[in-house]
Design a protein around this ligand. Structure first.
Ligand code: NDP
Ligand code: MG
Length: 438
């Protein structure tokens, strides 16, 4: 049975540990494929990394600890005696582009995930993308890399025929299948970027299987992509409550359990702003065709409105294991460990407009999605820096979005920046935020 070698970057995080759960689950229920954790990375939490890697009967080939200081403290148990330890940020790129790897789960938080995600795309992997910041910072570069990978694949002929155990034949020669009998027995075809973010997974599912993310032209153009937002812990809060919010309060998300950075992003609604930008690049659609509505129950994960006015939505309980698993097994749908929706009782699904005055982040997101270029890198970096300062008790909750706005307005916008320029501006924006609040 074919083996799929998976590299989980950011394995010690909320998405990373959920991915490890999904791999154990697939191992139990999928008789057609061997799901192999080929590599896993962590940054500082080396104890958890060692424990997660040690859970597999076939230990990973490589483990990466990206923080060099933490790498020195990594203790591999007996079960990892044959696993190679690679260290430093370069190790992430090495793993993401290793020829043995079929699927890269990009689950590092923030701009730190950029190089490895880009490397995975460049090397023609299936990328299960949680790290939305990569598309926010460098969406245009990722898009052109994907298109390049695709044209190379198209020139090298049809994709290998086997692999997807029960899925339909792949229509495009540019698409690779994650499952094949051995990683080296077929020419690598084009990269695939599949969303893990629940909203984007929902849209991907609503668009249907022929509608490829980024690397394909949709057969039927949607009129609107409608992202849902829970509204976060301050959905009904007053400006004063938000002004006085402590990190502890802002971290209390009503429907999702997530890492700290994305939890604060959800509270400011910067997460939705980042997701608007993510959708713009992932689905190659203008900002004007994207909408956001508040849906407090987090059951409708997003919707697509088509030309005829029909709106198709994807519903499931708020549990990231479903979109993670779908990105791994696509186009196959397999039984998932998530609970099903309880339809034995009455249930409410409410939709309401966003209060853009209390949540100014959203306008910023639409603006960045409209202008592209260097704007995403600047806003993302300012946000990461400001969220860090807020969590350290150095700035107020209500300082975060203005810090991003200020950085955006104080930078000289360029429409077609190189990666080097984007990274320069990332450093500049962080320094600007620190300087302003020092
Ligand atoms: P977590 O904070 O829980 O985990 C982050 C992971 O990244 C950890 O493995 C951490 O390692 C690693 N990491 C942190 N800093 C660095 C660095 N400088 N270099 C390399 N690795 C680093 O985050 P989440 O799992 O919540 O989020 C991950 C990504 O997924 C984010 O982009 C987020 O927006 C996105 N996402 C998350 C969702 C969720 O439900 N959590 C939903 C949708 C998207 P360590 O812990 O070992 O230090
Ligand atoms: Mg999301």
């Amino acid at each position: 049975c074919p083996t799929v070698n998976v590299a989980v970057l950011g394995a010690t995080g909320s998405i990373g540990t959920a991915t490890i759960d999904v791999l154990h689950h697939l191992d139990r229920i999928d008789p057609t494929t061997t799901w192999n954790l080929w590599a896993a990375s962590g940054h500082r939490n080396v104890a958890l990394l060692s424990e997660l890697a040690g859970q597999f009967t076939r230990p990973p080939t490589q483990i990466a600890v990206s923080d060099p200081a933490s790498a020195a403290t990594f203790a591999a148990g007996k079960s990892l005696a044959k696993t190679q330890l690679v260290t430093g940020p370069e190790a992430l790129v090495e793993i993401a582009s290793a020829p043995e790897v079929d699927v890269v789960v990009a689950a590092i938080v923030g701009r730190a995930g950029l190089e490895s995600t880009l490397a995975a795309v460049e090397s023609g992997k299936r990328v299960a993308l949680a790290n939305k910041e990569t598309l926010v910072v460098a969406g245009s570069l990722v898009q052109s890399t994907l298109k390049k990978a695709e044209s190379v694949a198209a020139r090298s002929g049809p994709a290998p025929s086997t692999p997807t155990p029960s899925g339909p034949a792949r229509s495009s020669p540019a698409r690779s299948s994650p499952a094949r009998s051995s990683p080296s027995d077929a020419p690598r075809s084009g990269a695939e970027l599949l969303p893990v973010d629940s909203e984007h997974s929902a849209i991907f599912q609503c668009l249907g299987e022929q509608q490829a993310a980024v690397s394909g032209v949709p057969a039927c153009k949607p009129r609107k992509l409608i992202l849902t937002a829970s509204g976060g812990p301050f959905r009904n809060a007053s400006m004063q409550e938000m002004h006085d919010a402590t990190p502890q309060r802002a971290l209390q998300h009503p429907t999702w359990e997530m890492g700290k950075k994305i939890s604060i992003d959800s509270a400011t609604m910067m997460n939705k702003a980042l997701e608007v930008i993510e959708a713009r690049w992932l689905f190659d659609i203008p900002a004007e065709s994207i909408e956001v509505v508040v849906h407090p129950q987090s059951i409708i994960h997003s919707m697509v409105e088509f030309e005829d006015g029909s709106v198709i939505a994807q519903l499931s309980p708020p549990d990231m294991r479903l979109p993670i698993q779908y990105a791994l097994t696509y186009p196959r749908r397999l039984a998932c460990e998530t609970p099903t929706l309880d339809r034995s009782r009455p249930w409410d699904l409410t939709l309401q407009p966003v209060d853009r005055e209390r949540f100014p982040a959203l306008e910023l997101g639409f603006e960045v999605a409209r202008v592209g270029g260097t704007a995403g890198s600047v806003v993302n970096a300012a946000n990461e820096e400001a969220v860090g300062l807020f969590l350290d008790g150095k700035i107020r909750f209500t300082d975060i979005v203005p810090a991003c706005r200020r950085a955006l307005e104080n930078h000289h916008h360029e429409t077609q920046p190189t990666l080097t320029r984007l990274l320069e501006l990332d450093r500049w924006a962080r320094a600007e935020v620190r300087k302003h609040y020092a």
